[in-house]
Write a protein that binds this ligand. Structure first.
Ligand code: NAP
Ligand code: GDD
Length: 355
């Protein structure tokens, strides 16, 4: 969209742009004509795989949710109309091993960013990535915006803190601050240590004869799994409303890890996956969230949001993408070996030996 006086180009700052959701949201915002800024933390060896295809279209700004000064600088530099806070230590099991760090990133990080916005420009619209994990030990089925929270991990407790701060800054300072209570959403860009991607990656490797088994934890856990590409649309819609609010975003269907295994192994024609799956207590959690099912009626009614990808379509999409990726990795590895052999043949010693 060209910048004109009547329709100035909108600007958005996305924290967590290198993650699954950040990459899909950046694509959506670029498609809508936004100028997109992404907050990235400096790592000695950066991993920007999810956004490498957007490298020349987004502006990356250094910053860390642990460091309020860097957040203020990023908000000043980006001059955003909208800030999407997707950055977090997002792994539930890891949060039991690193509870304090998780509370710093996932809980206090929200407060630092809200403070940065209040200080630089309170007119900026704010999206907080709240989570269905907040429902934890669920108090009713399905869960709505009004269902009582019962968090079951340091991650979930930190998300509840961030959620209520978002509500509090809306009520106290009049910020246009919205929270999306998103249920699990997946894609080929999902981190490899979340259960869906761990399974689809293993299925792809088993299909290519590269591994034989996968070790998993609780196969009876049930989740409301949707497609990440659909869910970032809901985030954007929330910030386009006149009034800020909280919205559950979910498919309304729940499936067990076992059902995910059925569907994923089904894609490669394996009906009995039990010989490939080992249940390993190392992947159990000190407290488990057994079942989640969301009721997204409010998002459907007020935002006009609908999911477009069904559970079987999602599983197929992920397995097929992993099969293709593993195949490419193998080809690259083979080409690498061939290239190494060619280089060795070209070396002066080899040339001399060949005469
Ligand atoms: P993700 O793939 O794990 O991405 C997390 C992002 O946060 C990464 O870009 C990571 O950067 C960044 N980050 C972590 N710590 C940071 C710090 N201290 N400062 C700056 N950036 C930091 O997560 P996701 O699946 O896209 O989820 C996005 C958000 O939605 C998260 O807040 C998650 O908790 C929440 N959520 C996710 C789901 C879901 O099912 N996916 C459901 C509900 C809520 P690096 O690349 O440097 O690690
Ligand atoms: N990660 C993982 N690894 N989970 C396993 C495994 C395994 O080997 N085996 C069984 N599970 C079970 C977990 O115990 C859990 O009940 C379920 O599979 C889903 O686990 P994850 O994929 O790690 O997701 P999550 O539900 O704990 O958390 C995700 O969704 C939340 C929204 O409800 C994350 O994306 C969170 O950031 C997000 O807030």
């Amino acid at each position: 969209m060209a910048r004109t006086k009547s329709t100035p180009q909108k600007r958005a700052l996305v924290t967590g742009i290198t993650g699954q959701d950040g990459s899909y949201l950046a694509e959506l915002l670029l498609d809508k004509g936004y100028q997109v800024f992404g907050l990235v933390r400096r790592l000695s060896s950066s991993n920007h795989t999810n956004i490498s295809h957007l490298a020349d279209r987004v502006t990356l700004l250094d910053g860390d949710l642990l460091d309020k000064t860097s957040l203020i600088a990023a908000v000043r530099r980006a001059e955003p109309d909208e800030v999407y806070n997707l950055a977090a230590q997002s792994h539930v099991k890891v949060s039991f091993d690193q509870p304090i760090l998780t509370a710093e990133f996932t809980g206090l990080g929200v407060l630092r960013l809200l403070e940065a916005i209040r200080e630089v420009n309170p007119k900026i619209r704010f999206y907080q990535a709240s989570s269905s994990e907040m429902f934890g030990q669920v108090q009713e089925e399905p869960q709505t915006e009004l269902t009582r929270f019962w968090p079951r991990s340091p991650y979930a407790v930190s998300k509840v803190f961030g959620h209520y701060l978002t509500v509090n800054y809306r009520e106290s300072y009049g910020l246009h601050a919205s929270a999306g209570i998103l249920f699990n959403h997946e894609s080929p860009r999902r981190g490899l240590d979340f259960v869906t991607r761990k399974i689809t990656d293993a299925v792809a490797r088993i299909h290519h004869g590269l591994q034989d088994e996968v070790r998993l934890g609780n196969l009876d856990a049930r989740r409301d799994w949707g497609y990440a590409g659909d869910y970032v649309r809901a985030m954007w819609l929330m910030l386009q409303q006149d009034e800020p609010g909280d919205y559950v975003v979910a498919t309304g269907e729940t499936h067990s890890v076992r059902e995910f295994l059925d569907a994923a192994f089904g894609v490669i024609g394996v009906t009995d996956w039990t010989k490939h799956v080992v249940v390993d207590p190392a992947f159990f959690r000190p407290a488990e969230v057994h079942v989640l099912t969301g009721d997204a009626s409010k998002a459907k009614r007020l935002l006009g949001w609908e999911p477009t990808v069904t559970f079987p379509e999602l599983v197929q999409m992920m397995v097929r993408a992993d099969i293709e990726r593993v195949e490419l990795e193998q080809l690259n590895a083979q080409n690498g070996v061939t290239l190494a052999k060619l280089n060795a043949l070209r070396s002066p010693t080899a040339q001399a030996q060949l005469g």
